[in-house]
Design a protein around this ligand. Structure first.
Ligand SMILES: Cc1cc2nc3c(=O)[nH]c(=O)nc-3n(C[C@H](O)[C@H](O)[C@H](O)COP(=O)(O)O)c2cc1C
Length: 229
């Protein structure tokens, strides 16, 4: 009986330690509080919104403050109940924003306004197309642009939801990303940054480098840079 109690207690202790061990391994970069006021008026930003494809200014990192503001604009928490700047079909909130910079690969955590570090390698080229990958359209400017935001849908969160008999997971996930991407375009217009939204990415390569689960789907990418003066 005594040894059974010891086994049960030891197992319980080990189970309790598992989350602590994984927490200890996870590196997180806390972003500065986003500046939620200011910027250009909405109508001016809409008037300036445009796609800029490569031919960017000299490579220059965004400050951590600008990155924080950018990510908050993209899909940060803007209400006490945890809801975000972009709407989300059926409240799935199933779009993760992966961030690539010269300093590494990160996932944006909107609740903590932080970046979870996945790797400290420069994998910016992963979301750019080289050679034939884009059906002849070369979009390799991502490898030197300061930031790319890769929008990854977690299809597990759509739970195979049907509407009108159709599986709406993929369609509504694309719509969710579209609203985030427009937030990014408008932030860039307001801040005088260049931006391009791209569907021509290599999802297989991204899934491999980002070590995605099979139900995580990279859908679109925004690449952000300075304008060429
Ligand atoms: C869903 C979507 C996917 C896009 N994919 C690409 C792309 O892969 N490569 C690219 O150069 N532009 C891409 N664009 C940008 C469009 O080409 C661009 O918005 C269009 O030419 C109109 O130009 P504007 O954004 O300056 O108004 C995409 C836009 C959207 C909405």
């Amino acid at each position: 009986m005594k040894s059974l109690v010891i086994v049960v207690l030891t197992t319980a202790l080990l189970l309790l330690m598992i989350p602590c061990l994984s927490l200890a391994q996870e590196e997180v970069i806390k972003l500065p509080a986003p500046q939620k006021t200011g910027g250009k008026p909405l109508m001016d930003s809409l008037n300036l919104r445009q796609s800029t494809r490569g031919n960017f200014g000299p490579e220059q990192k965004l400050s951590l403050q600008t990155l924080s503001n950018l990510l908050w604009a993209a899909n940060g928490v803007n209400r006490p109940d945890g809801h975000q700047t972009a709407p989300s079909a059926a409240g799935w909130e199933n779009i993760d924003i992966y961030v690539t910079t010269a300093d590494g690969l990160f996932i944006y955590d909107p609740k903590q306004q932080a970046l979870k570090v996945i790797s400290k390698e420069d994998v910016r080229a992963t979301s750019g197309l080289e050679g034939q990958a884009g059906g002849g359209m070369k979009q390799d400017f991502a490898k030197t642009a300061p930031v790319s935001l890769i929008y990854v849908a977690d299809m597990a969160k759509t739970k195979g939801m049907k509407y009108g008999g159709e599986d709406v997971g993929p369609l509504w996930s694309y719509a969710n990303v579209g609203t985030i991407a427009q937030n990014v375009y408008l932030f860039c217009a307001s801040e005088g940054l260049a931006c391009i939204l791209r569907a021509m990415i290599d999802p297989v390569q991204i899934a491999k480098v980002f070590k995605l689960r099979p139900d995580q789907k990279p859908l679109l990418t925004s690449t952000i840079a300075q304008f060429k003066k």
